[in-house]
Design a binder for this molecule. Structure first.
Ligand code: IYR
Length: 215
């Protein structure tokens, strides 16, 4: 199939990239969410954008369970806090706890019930093939990671905040969401508006010359 999008004049490309960078640079991960609702249509549209990500052999190895039901969110919070308490109080090495100290995180995960939406992202190891066979997927982690990047940017551009949360282990999510063993929980994305008076750490982003070089 022919693909020939119109060529964008280079000055327009630079202008768009400059504007896009300013928008992206204004994004901050938020840990304190308002309970104000967001309509399902907004989440549907962001997920459609996420689903345009490139993937290994175009197998699209992602699946999203978007949850606004309070009881389900509460179950996820309860299970996550059990794991997180164990992490903070027993499993985490001192070096890791020191790295987290500036973020001020602990095992209490209020965002899991405050945020109007939790998007649980699953990584699919295989797809149904012909006659009951299974087709193996490829580069699942890379593909799902890219899809999550698309999703986070789409939500940010729409004016929503989010928090990527990866309780470990996350297997309880498969059961709560009723997903099959061929899917692995990848992350939980809490989505909403920052609570009034929300604060974020005063962070520094590495400048270009620390993250890239040109030869
Ligand atoms: N999953 C834990 C710990 C945690 C780990 C990293 I790396 C972070 O950037 C933030 C938290 C938690 O959610 O608290």
């Amino acid at each position: 199939m022919l693909y020939s999008p119109p060529r964008v004049p280079i000055e327009s490309s630079i202008e768009r990239l400059t504007q896009d960078y300013a928008i992206a640079d204004a994004r901050r991960t938020v840990r304190q969410f308002s309970t104000d609702p967001i309509p399902q249509r907004a989440i549907e549209l962001a997920l459609m954008t996420s689903g345009t990500a490139p993937s290994g052999a175009h197998r699209q190895p992602w699946y999203f369970v978007a949850i606004s039901d309070h009881d389900l969110k509460k179950r996820i919070r309860n299970e996550a806090e059990i794991e997180e308490r164990d992490f903070y109080e027993r499993r985490a090495p001192k070096e890791w706890l020191d790295a987290l100290a500036p973020l001020g995180t602990d095992f209490v995960k209020a965002h899991l019930t405050d945020a109007p939406w939790l998007i649980v992202v699953f990584r699919r190891d295989s797809e149904p093939g012909p006659d009951g066979t299974r087709l193996k997927n490829y580069y699942m982690t890379e593909s799902v990671g890219i899809a999550c990047g698309f999703l986070i940017q789409a939500l940010h551009r729409a004016g929503f905040a989010c928090l990527t949360h990866t309780p470990a282990p996350m297997t309880f999510l498969r059961e709560i969401c009723g997903r099959p063993p061929s899917e692995k929980p990848f992350l939980i994305l809490a989505v909403g508006y920052p609570v009034e008076g929300c604060t974020v750490p005063d962070l520094h982003r590495k400048p270009l010359d620390e993250i890239a070089e040109f030869r």
